[in-house]
Design a protein around this ligand. Structure first.
Ligand code: PLP
Length: 422
């Protein structure tokens, strides 16, 4: 009898394995795995939606996702009405050339040149479906098999996915412990003949730190030396969805001014609160050596990935919106309330000058466990392991001011949970 039961389970087990293998054979294994594992951020967000139904949305403080909470500026809706009313519909809804409408790209180049005192050309601008598409197109355009891409930890988790899909190898460079800024000595040790790209992201997700001129100059000088030593270009790729979201009296330097082989990946997702519309661009810097070849490779990568002709209606929108942002003072106010309150409770945090994230030290080494304990108090905060660094959590403060204020008692209880009995 027992043997029969074991036999029965073996058959069922085999059937399950066969089904899994069947799935693996029919689809790309790597893609299957990527789709089957949700990102930590999405997992928490979906958990939060269910929890709200169970215990009421007023008891759930969802700091998981970076979805702008401030509406887009009026200029967006006004311009869209104007565009829909006054543009020939076959043009408005038709295909554009793969890299995007020339007059739109010219306006972007003019705006950048005036604002940052540059000499960029529309001929090296490629319109994309946000920064995600810009990143994956740029990386596929540049990388050859086993080229190394350096990122600074903590980093936006999708970098790993995009780099590996482009056949590259992700190399993680630690940042300075006290500031989360790139550690130039570490970078010096990590750049080698295989290094093809260094990705920087400022204002930073997940820390909110902004790279100032000194940091950019130090990175640029080091990479120039390394280019000479290894006799090939090393691209500095600046991922900039948060460029305008800075709350102090400073701005993020424009990297093409400091380094020749520079590529900018820009997005309107956060600055204009349009993440669902998917609009951004790639700019190959004016002094980039071989910029014509790179631009052709960008077109080729766009073609291979199916990212040709960014949404036509939103291409038409861009000229109206250059230089505008959503009301970022709302994020600043959230940042100030949350940062000060958490500091007063006793948490250790890095002061964020920009973006809409706070990076907070977990109250135990295991950030995943800390995030799970926080759930008991209705707090949804993302463990830092998913950003390539242990021991912290990311708090997205692009939520309503009420959510922030009402969450503070839960943050206090979470702190007491760990500290009482210390
Ligand atoms: N890069 C970073 C650092 C981000 O935080 C995000 C989105 O949150 C992206 C890229 C992708 O942005 P987009 O919505 O423009 O694709």
């Amino acid at each position: 009898m027992n043997i029969l039961i074991i036999f029965f389970f073996i058959i069922i087990y085999d059937k399950i394995i066969d089904k899994r293998l069947g799935e693996m054979i029919m689809v790309n294994k790597k893609m299957y795995e990527l789709g089957a594992q949700k990102s930590k951020i999405r997992e928490l967000f979906e958990y939060g939606e269910k929890l709200k139904q169970q215990i009421g949305s007023e008891n759930v403080f969802d700091f998981s996702i970076g979805n702008p909470s401030v509406p887009c500026p009026n200029v967006v809706s006004e311009a869209l009405i104007n565009i829909v009313s006054n543009t020939n519909p076959t043009l408005l809804h038709g295909y554009t050339i793969a890299s995007g409408l020339v007059f739109v790209r010219k306006q972007i180049a003019d705006y950048l040149n005036k604002t940052y005192d540059l000499n960029e050309s529309y001929e090296y601008i490629y319109l994309t479906a946000g920064a995600a598409a810009a990143l994956t197109i740029s990386l596929n355009a540049i990388l050859c098999e086993d080229d190394e891409v350096i990122v600074f930890a903590p980093f936006f988790p999708e970098y790993k996915v995009f780099v590996e899909k482009a056949q590259g190898k992700l190399v993680i460079c630690p940042t300075k412990k006290d500031t989360f800024l790139p550690d130039i000595n570490m970078l010096d040790k990590m750049v080698n003949e295989k290094t093809k790209v260094v990705i920087i992201n400022s204002p930073n997700n997940p820390t909110g730190v902004v790279y100032h001129q000194e940091t950019i100059i130090n990175i640029a000088n080091l990479l120039k030396e390394k280019e000479k030593k290894y006799q090939h270009p090393i691209f500095l790729l600046s991922d900039e969805p948060y460029r305008e979201l800075i709350y102090s009296n400073t701005s993020y330097p424009f990297i093409t001014k400091y380094y020749d082989n520079a590529i900018v990946n820009y997005s309107f997702s956060k600055s204009l609160s349009l993440p669902g519309e998917r609009i951004g661009y790639i700019l190959i810097g004016a002094n980039c050596k071989e910029k014509d070849i790179i631009f052709k490779a960008v077109n080729g990568a766009g073609r291979a990935l199916g990212f040709v002709c960014e949404s036509s209606m939103f291409q038409y929108l861009i000229p109206y919106c250059l230089g505008h942002t959503s009301n970022i003072n709302i994020y600043k106010e959230n940042r100030d309330i949350l940062y000060n309150a958490l500091k007063d409770i006793g948490y250790q945090l890095i002061y964020p000058e920009g973006a809409f994230y706070l990076f907070m030290k977990a109250l135990e080494d295991d950030d995943e466990h800390f995030s799970n304990v926080a759930k008991k108090y209705g707090l949804l905060i993302v463990p830092s392991t998913s950003f390539g660094m242990k021991g912290y959590v990311r708090i997205s403060y692009c939520v309503s001011k009420d959510t922030i204020i009402n969450s503070l008692k839960s943050f206090k209880k979470l702190y007491e949970h760990y500290k009482v009995g210390d």
